[in-house]
Design a protein. Structure first.
Lengths: 309, 383, 266
């Protein structure tokens, strides 16, 4: 027969040998993490420390640089390059907003309206990735060329008059103006907006739309009260994935813009690779990092999606 | 398929316990499962039954104690070296392998090359011969469940562990699979240890049931014995339904007489698991189906010597084979009575004054120092 | 006005298709201009149709060399980032350990950092160490920034994996190595493949970080960048178009294989 009894309560637990997980087993996650994390520490975190120290150095290429806690560099860098900073944030912000406005309908289309075309449209969104983005950016030089079809149409419709008055374009040119740069930025980072939007929209149960309609919501109200709030995670990660790289980008500004549209990435690159003024470049890069991180943190806090990571 | 009914293959847990941080999932317990038996660990979620099972499988390391199988200490063996196999909750079939390869998995890992014959036989046993080339997601829940059983059984384990194997199936299929599993167990003669929260399932299938609560075994025995003679309020309430009536002991002899709800009730002394000092408190228990109902006007017709409680019907629900009544009385706010629908009795409707009566031999006694509602299923539990 | 009503009803579809056109337009231009025969050094304005560039895709000095270098770097960076990233993902999902928060931020930060900042700081490190800039420094940088993306992709897949599958394997006599090879890896494969594909695309196409840390080595994006100053050969468009077509074919073929597998299993 089956025999059982509970261990008598008097039996002290110390009598039973307590097993601990073996040391080898407990170390498994650390061994898994070690190489990758070490890589990030050495080639991502450590460089930031080096850069911080470089930004407070003084000296010259010939005599070498030394840490002199020269914080003046930061002030000078800001004083000299604040227009590029403001421009970077402005262009990146505008491009992000445009990406959201353009990307949302397409993501919505793929998620709810494409039916059997869904995969085809998704491929069309992703496929441009595989053509070097520099080549694609150069194509905008052709598209927006002076006297080209796009400029002609905009001219005929007198849109260019308006944009020129706003300072986005110059007389009847689009190329080498802020509009061209923003247009390029928007284009380049649009897929980074569409994909997270699509992912979060696709998760929404189609019956929610029906339920909202059943509960007296018009299509517009349904969108405002149900669809959009549920797609917030996608909106947040999409805007971050667009704004962050756009703010540091200098390829679009260099290829499609003019000297009046230089962004801060351009300045850092020039200071670092051409002028070889390392402290100033490091200081600029640090300010950019700080500004972006602060903006991102505030944004994530306010949108209440901290579990995004 | 090894030698049956010998001491040789018993599963023996000695002082086994599991602690996560400061949470004691399983308190030190001793348990012996005889070879060839169908043994059920029954309890609500979080009672430690699954943890106990996982410790036997080797998927969880025991904090203290030892596990032996047929006299061999297997406590420190990894799961892949134990002659024990598991049917997992929601089956854990490998989604990237077809049914044949799922079933053959264990054989192949032990280096057996020609698996075809064995796999075919096993799929035949679980009646899935036609599905060999399908992927798990192309099977229904019941079929997946049988694959999971086949995948484990093909290895001829000394013990088969089943972790809520029927939990994901709907009611009808579950009943069918219970019989099926019972059939397979009888056929192969392997020890089955079955974890479930469904008391009907445990009672239908197992020859021995251990009711677990709060990390310890509350009571252990054959299903009928557990049902008729619960030793704690938890077992009384968790296994089926019990009417528990609190009373004070008036006299104790071969029968105990208890004052409860303004009357006197009797029970046999041997059915009382609590101390029986005069003036002491006692919980009287009686199962709903043992009680008969009489309209208050017909109370005179009740035979002498039966326990009686008067009350008023507050609710009745017709469920086909029987009608279930809820009766409010001085002895208890909501006494349950199940009456077979042999003939419909028009007088017994809500509001009617009634007398509940039953044979004193069907009454059991429990220690009144316990929570009277322990083990009662609430709405949240059922969800 | 039925026309207006139709437009209103299908507003989202129309807007979505316009966005799609905006996305595709440059690729069409790249493709069309791969058949151009430009006057002068720049390939920005249409002149005549010509197959010259397609007949001689490597006719431009150094271009195919830079392309092959980019492919090599992307391959090795993909392998490195995928292996390291997969290990991290498993540790994050399957184990408890200390400093989880710090490690999560360390993985998230590279994605929340403008590329130019990482580029400049990494160059500072290499200059301080006196490292020779070239193939190895590019590879190190690429593994670094691809790592986080691989972790994100693989983690999502591993998280949706039922840990009971691995327990079932162990229960069925598979040792740790067998369990990993026979169960864990095959099931995590789609996530790992997605991570690897992403890493390859990111590495192959990277310009900013590469430009800082390449020294005098020239990758394909750097070649294109240089040609924007010196003159853009038509062959650039040929390569761009070919890459686009190959990518589409690979995706379509993958879909077809997946579909066939699904159907044949039925």
């Amino acid at each position: 027969m089956t025999v059982t009894k509970e261990a008598p309560p008097a039996a002290p637990v110390t009598e039973l040998k307590v097993r601990k997980a073996s040391t080898r087993k407990r170390l498994v996650p650390y061994w898994l993490l070690l190489p990758g994390i070490l890589w990030l520490v050495v080639f991502f975190a450590l460089p930031l420390v080096y850069q911080a120290s470089t930004s407070v150095q003084t000296g010259s290429l010939e005599k070498g640089f030394e840490v002199t806690w020269h914080f003046q560099t930061y002030w000078d860098a800001l004083k000299d390059y604040y227009p590029q900073f403001i421009r970077s944030l402005l262009y990146a912000g505008t491009a992000t907003l445009l990406c959201l406005l353009l990307g949302y309908p397409l993501a919505y289309l793929i998620a709810f309206k494409a039916g059997r075309w869904r995969n085809v449209v998704l491929v069309l969104v992703i496929a441009p990735f595989f053509t070097s983005f520099l080549i694609r950016t150069l194509a905008w030089k052709t598209i927006l060329a002076d006297g080209g079809a796009v400029v002609d149409v905009l001219n005929t419709l007198h849109i260019l008059d308006v944009t020129s008055w706003l300072g986005w374009t110059e007389s009847n040119r689009v190329l080498a103006t802020p509009m061209a740069v923003v247009c390029g930025l928007t284009y380049n980072f649009l897929p980074f907006m569409i994909l997270p939007l699509y992912t979060s929209l696709e998760r929404i149960d189609g019956r929610l739309h029906e339920a909202a309609g059943d509960l007296y919501a018009t299509p517009a109200t349904t969108f405002r009260k149900v669809t959009f709030p549920l797609s917030m995670p996608g909106v947040v990660s999409g805007t971050l994935l667009t704004f962050i790289p756009a703010s540091g980008d200098y390829v679009n500004a260099e290829l499609l813009g003019s000297t009046d549209t230089k962004m801060v990435g351009s300045v850092i690159q020039t200071q670092f690779l051409r002028v070889l003024d390392y402290p100033t470049a490091a200081a600029l890069s640090f300010i950019l990092m700080a500004v972006v991180l602060i903006m991102v943190t505030v944004y994530i806090r306010r949108s209440g999606t901290e579990d995004l990571v | 398929m090894t030698q049956q009914q010998t001491e040789g293959g018993d599963v023996r847990l000695t002082g086994i316990s599991k602690t996560y941080g400061s949470f004691k999932a399983v308190k030190p317990l001793d348990l012996t499962v005889p070879q060839g038996s169908f043994f059920a660990l029954l309890g609500a979620s979080g009672c430690g039954k699954t943890t106990t099972l996982r410790m036997i499988a080797g998927l969880e390391e025991a904090t203290t104690g030892t596990i032996s199988l047929g006299g061999r200490d297997i406590t420190d063996l990894p799961p892949y070296k134990r002659p024990v196999n598991t049917v997992f909750q929601s089956y854990a079939l490998f989604p990237h392998l077809d049914i044949t390869e799922n079933v053959a998995f264990g054989l192949r890992r032990r280096g057996i090359k020609s698996v075809k014959k064995q796999v075919d036989d096993m799929l035949e046993l679980v009646q899935l011969g036609d599905f060999a080339k399908r992927k798990p997601h192309q099977l229904s829940g019941g079929q997946q469940q049988r694959v999971a059983v086949a995948r484990a059984l093909i290895n001829h384990p000394q013990v088969l562990l089943l972790d809520e194997p029927l939990g994901a199936l709907d009611l009808k299929l579950r009943r069918q699979m219970q019989l099926e599993l019972k059939r397979i167990q009888t056929e192969v003669g392997i020890t089955f240890i079955h974890v479930t929260h469904d008391q009907e399932e445990a009672m239908t299938m197992a020859d021995t049931v251990a009711v677990m609560n709060g990390g310890r075994v509350e009571q252990l025995g054959a299903p009928a014995d557990l049902y008729e003679n619960p030793k704690t309020t938890f077992v009384a309430n968790f296994l089926g339904t019990s009417n528990l009536i609190e009373g004070e002991i008036v006299s104790a002899g071969t029968d105990i007489v208890v004052a409860a709800g303004g009357g006197k009730l009797r029970l046999p002394t041997e059915r009382c698991s609590a101390p029986t000092a005069n003036g002491g408190k006692l919980l009287l228990g009686v199962r709903p189906e043992k009680i008969s109902l009489a309209h208050a006007d017909d109370a005179d017709a009740i035979a002498d010597g039966r326990n009686r409680v008067t009350g008023r019907i507050v609710d009745s629900s017709f469920i086909g084979v029987s009608t279930q009544y809820v009766v409010e009385s001085p002895a208890g706010k909501a006494l349950q009575v199940y009456e077979q629908n042999v003939e419909r009795r028009a007088g017994l409707r809500a509001g009617a004054e009634v007398v509940l009566h039953w044979n004193p031999a069907h009454t059991f006694g429990l220690d009144a120092a316990q929570d009277i509602d322990a083990g009662v299923e609430t709405v949240e539990d059922a969800a | 006005m039925p026309v207006l009503r139709w437009i209103r009803r299908n507003l989202i579809v129309i807007a979505g298709l316009l966005t799609l056109a905006y996305l595709i337009l440059p690729n069409v231009v790249v493709m069309v201009f791969s058949f151009n025969k430009p006057n002068g050094r720049f390939n920005y304005a249409w002149q005549h149709f010509s197959l010259d560039a397609w007949k001689d895709p490597c006719g431009v000095a150094d271009m195919c060399g830079s392309l092959s270098l980019s492919l090599q770097i992307a391959t090795w960076a993909t392998i490195g980032a995928t292996v390291l990233g997969t290990m991290i993902s498993f540790a994050l999902v399957r184990y408890r350990f200390r400093a989880r928060g710090a490690i999560n931020s360390l993985i998230f930060l590279p994605m929340a950092m403008p590329e130019v900042v990482m580029a400049a700081s990494l160059l500072t490190l290499f200059l301080n160490m006196g490292a020779q800039l070239g193939f190895w420094t590019i590879l190190i940088a690429h593994v670094m920034f691809c790592l986080s993306f691989v972790v994100t992709a693989v983690k999502a897949r591993v998280m949706s994996m039922d840990p009971r599958l691995e327990e079932a394997a162990r229960d069925l006599y598979a040792g740790p190595v067998q369990t990993f090879l026979r169960v864990t890896l095959p099931i995590a494969a789609p996530g790992i493949a997605a991570g690897a594909l992403l890493a390859f695309a990111l590495s192959f196409d990277d310009f900013i970080i590469t430009n800082f840390n390449a020294g005098s080595t020239v990758t394909f994006p750097m070649f294109v960048w240089g040609s924007a100053q010196r003159g853009t050969p038509v062959q650039i468009n040929v390569i761009g178009t070919a890459m686009f077509i190959i990518a589409v074919l690979v995706v379509v073929a993958g879909q077809l294989i997946a579909n066939r597998r699904k159907n044949s299993a039925r």
